[in-house]
Design a protein around this ligand. Structure first.
Ligand code: MG
Length: 305
């Protein structure tokens, strides 16, 4: 049977230490966070999002971002990135030695208003300064476009709006846009259509996908995106983080589940799956509940940790 050609190599962006831990209620020690990041880098993950330089009153889990960033024994082949919401966060990230950051813009107006109390346009204007200043310091900036496949308040988000905002982010100077299914509602046909619409306007190499497995469609969506030429995917070790809009439901696509499928497809990632499992077990021991990754459960027998 002939199938569409797939990218020979995929970049997996590990978001567990930030997007994962940020949604966990148990406060994890700085030393454990550092050990987790180091284990993920040692597993061969090429990019690790290590923290968010945000207001600690809003996100207590990220209060030690500077200590985490400074405490990591950095590997030369790994890119370390961190979320930055504003110029104050950028200054902290710079002081902590970060050379790459990420910003988040919402595709849905209501989500932007409720989440950061700003219109989408106002957030883009504010982020333009962050991107400018970061690049002036030689830092690379990644953009997240959240709620790109649906909003918990508005429901459907128009594809044309997602394409337009992706173009605007790239024209601001971000090197890549992680098109994010924040509430895990996307299905493969929509993902294929979205990537096709985007590819007509921006280089496919500048498109990453940040998928959630809330309704069990994340891996099917990855396959659809691979067939459409996408070669960068976000994932969280063990599926750490859950879904902030549906307590108890799955959130981030699990790194193990993604790597397992990519390996089966013969796609190179440079990641050692067993070593990711060890990193997930390390963090699972600190958060007080089993992680949702199917692969992790499959290799852990009766103890899904
Ligand atoms: Mg996420």
């Amino acid at each position: 049977m002939s199938r569409p050609p797939l990218p020979p190599r995929v970049t997996v962006v590990e978001v567990g230490p930030r997007d994962g831990l940020q949604n966990e209620t148990v406060q994890v020690s700085t030393a454990t966070k550092i050990a987790f990041v180091e284990a993920l880098a040692a597993a061969g993950l090429p990019v690790v999002e290590i923290a968010a330089f945000v207001n600690p009153a809003r996100v207590p889990q990220m209060a030690d971002a500077i200590d985490v960033a400074r405490g990591i024994a950095k590997q030369p082949g790994t890119r370390y990135t961190a979320l930055v919401p504003n110029l104050r966060g950028l200054a902290a990230a710079y002081d902590a030695g970060m050379t790459e950051i990420a910003i988040v813009v919402a595709a849905s107006e209501t989500f932007s208003q409720r989440n950061i109390n700003q219109t989408v346009d106002a957030s883009l204007t504010a982020y333009a300064s962050v991107v400018h200043d970061a690049r002036a310091e030689g830092m690379r900036v990644r953009g997240y476009l959240s709620t790109a496949f649906g909003c918990p308040f508005e429901g459907d988000v128009p594809q044309a709006r997602v394409v337009e905002l992706t173009e605007r982010l790239l024209s601001m100077g971000v090197f890549e846009v992680a098109v994010s299914d924040t509430i895990g509602v996307a299905t493969p046909g929509e993902v294929a259509d979205m990537v096709e619409a985007m590819s007509a306007r921006v280089p496919v190499g500048a498109i990453a996908l940040h998928l959630h497995d809330t309704r069990g469609t994340a891996l099917a969506n990855v396959l659809a995106a691979l067939e459409a030429g996408v070669s960068t995917f976000d994932a969280s070790a063990g599926g750490l983080g859950g879904c902030p809009f549906a307590p108890g439901a799955a959130g981030n696509l699990s790194t193990e589940d993604l790597i397992y499928m990519l390996q089966g497809l013969g796609i190179e990632t440079g990641v050692d799956l067993d070593a990711v499992v060890r990193a997930s077990r390390l963090i699972a021991a600190s958060i007080g509940h089993p992680l949702p990754s199917r692969y992790l459960k499959a290799v852990s027998g009766s103890d899904p940790r």
